[in-house]
Design a protein around this ligand. Structure first.
Ligand code: SAH
Ligand code: SF4
Length: 343
């Protein structure tokens, strides 16, 4: 049987586990600090724990959930890491340096069930959900590989998978990320991107103040359903109603991601429809020119169309930023993650 991985536990869960082992609850906080603050690699480094307890941990649990297989550095400094999971499945994590920030793009599933037509991860189908440990360990392992002075400052759930389709494991990871005895990130530095699973999106609003990004990509149902099958279940009306009612802190906005595809959704009428759709929502818009992959039936937009689209959205009073994906030369850009072995 597989040993329990300590990175699977939130602090309250670890406290319960300690109690069930006959240990004091405060041991959990000690363990958390050893794992996430001191980043120990072996229990014999922890002299404040009794020898018996250390032995128990050594033989009864494990610390790592991922094993690094490969890493690739892009000309622009972006690094893509390929990790193996215990069962041999593989995932990718992308580190994007953008001084003074270092952003880590996390995967939440192996593959994805949502089947968006423009996304390589979608073409893999869903292999399985990641555990909390497998999400948390992406941040731990990458941090260990970075130079001591370079700290991960931001976390985004924009890698492989649909995070809201793996709600509990993702929330567990967020709990470890934000715990003061864990990795101690502020909620403001964590962003979750979703295609818009409406019930889970509403639940997220009630349960966590992290930043929300919604992948929109089309301003009307016909086109959106064609690009993103999820729209047939969670229509734009339902999605936008949930966004309108989303509990946002003062001065906070929802980010809407909009991949521009040549001739398909990049025309002035689409920009006008988009503006209308966002009416009454505190929103900012990220315009992402499509990264086409082999076999992708869609095209990159003309530069002129991108600029005109941006102008129309800005004129309506919204912030609209054109996001050139980083790391395209190593297939680390948005929508390019397939966790293929290069060797
Ligand atoms: N499943 C979630 C999060 C992962 S995808 C979601 O879809 O929101 C992260 C971002 O990459 C999304 O905005 C997604 O639409 C974008 N993306 C996917 N394929 C892309 C492509 N071919 N070109 C550019 N962006 C892409
Ligand atoms: Fe899944 Fe997001 Fe890719 Fe769609 S864009 S298939 S939801 S990972």
């Amino acid at each position: 049987m597989e040993l329990p991985c300590l990175k699977d536990f939130t602090l309250p869960q670890l406290e319960d586990w300690m109690e069930s082992l006959g240990e004091k609850r405060f041991r959990a906080r000690q363990l958390f600090r050893h794992i996430y603050v001191r980043r120990v690699t072996a229990w014999n480094e922890c002299s404040d724990l009794s020898k018996t307890f250390r032995t128990q941990l050594e033989y009864g649990s494990r610390l790592d959930a991922l094993r690094l297989l490969e890493s690739h550095r892009s000309q622009d400094g972006t690094v893509k890491y390929l990790f193996a999971l215990q069962d041999g499945q593989r995932i990718e994590t992308v580190m994007i340096p953008d001084a003074p920030r270092t952003t880590l793009c996390l995967s939440s599933q192996v593959g994805c069930a949502m089947g968006c037509g423009f996304c390589v991860t979608g073409s893999l189908g869903l292999q399985r959900n990641l555990s909390t440990a497998e999400i948390v360990d992406q941040a731990c392992q990458v941090q260990k590989l970075l130079p001591p002075k370079q700290k991960i400052t931001n976390l985004v759930f924009m890698g492989m998978g649909e995070p809201l389709a793996n709600y509990d494991a993702v929330m567990g990871a967020i709990s470890v990320f934000t715990d003061p005895n864990g990795l101690d990130f502020s909620h403001r530095r964590i962003t979750l991107s979703t295609v818009g699973l409406v019930p889970q999106l509403r639940r997220l609003g009630r349960e966590s103040p992290i930043n929300l990004a919604v992948s929109l990509h089309a301003p009307e149902n016909g086109l959106r359903s064609q690009l993103m099958p999820v729209n047939r279940t969670h229509s734009l009306e339902k999605l936008m109603a949930a966004c309108r009612e989303y509990p946002l802190a003062p001065r906070k906005r929802i980010t809407f991601e909009y991949i521009l595809m040549g001739g398909l959704n990049d025309q002035p009428r689409h920009a006008r429809q988009l503006v209308k759709l966002l009416e009454g929502i505190r929103a900012k818009i990220n315009l992402i020119p499509l990264n086409p992959h082999e076999g992708c039936p869609f095209h990159r937009p003309e530069e002129e169309a991108v600029l005109h689209f941006q102008e129309l959205v800005q004129k309506a009073g919204y912030t609209a930023i054109i996001r050139q994906s980083r790391g395209a030369d190593i297939e680390a850009a948005c929508g390019q993650l397939a966790a293929r072995h290069s060797g």
